[in-house]
Write a protein that binds this ligand. Structure first.
Ligand code: IMP
Ligand code: MG
Length: 179
């Protein structure tokens, strides 16, 4: 696979479409088993998770729902920064079994800030499923229940993940090239 250029940066192939799809298929099998009879609500965090969510959800064979929220994090005056809800939940999650779908966990900031808000809505359970887990980058404690692929602390693009808004429309995942 050739490298790709996005704006000023070069990215080298890192995870093939086949690898990604195999890991998602394994996750779907596990979720179909764990959530049988529970009618889970898959809660996808936009934007990055849209392809992961679509490919996973197509392989969910049990009764299940999917919905989307959009969280945006920005660095305010406080050192931890803030996470704002740009598009919020439009359904009642009380007593529902929720599986959060995230493309990647990096510092953990986004979910660490959002989880207490979700807990206030009294769901029956909340678990987190991620495609990519940058374990070494974690700064805010978040328990990941389902993790498809552990990756090193390097910037990646493709398969929904962007660099400055671009690069999401690649079927594979690419890693920033070191100089
Ligand atoms: P966190 O709040 O630091 O865990 O960051 C989570 C969000 O940051 C992810 O949902 C992505 O949207 C974005 N992000 C983190 N690492 C990368 C990366 O390597 N490439 C592209 N986006 C990333
Ligand atoms: Mg994301």
């Amino acid at each position: 696979m050739p490298s790709i250029k996005i704006l000023d940066k070069e990215f080298v192939p890192y995870l093939s479409e086949q690898t990604i799809q195999e890991k998602i298929a394994e996750l779907a099998i596990q979720l179909n088993k764990d959530y049988e009879g529970k009618k889970p609500l898959f809660l996808s965090i936009l934007n990055g998770s849209f392809l992961f969510t679509a490919d996973l959800f197509k392989q969910i064979t049990i009764e299940a729902e999917v919905s989307f929220i959009k969280l945006a994090s920005y660095k305010g005056t406080s050192s931890t920064g803030n996470v704002i809800t740009a598009i919020g939940l439009d359904i009642n999650v009380k007593d529902r079994h929720i599986v959060i779908l995230e493309d990647i966990i990096d510092t953990g900031k986004t979910l660490h800030h959002y989880l207490p808000q979700l807990a206030n809505m009294q769901p029956a359970s909340v678990k987190i499923a991620v495609l990519l887990n940058k374990k070494e980058a974690l700064q805010f404690p978040v328990d990941i229940d389902y993790s498809c692929i552990d990756i090193p602390n390097k910037f990646v693009v493709g398969y929904g993940l962007d660099y400055d808004g671009l690069g999401r429309n690649n079927k594979a995942i690419y890693q920033l090239k070191e100089d």
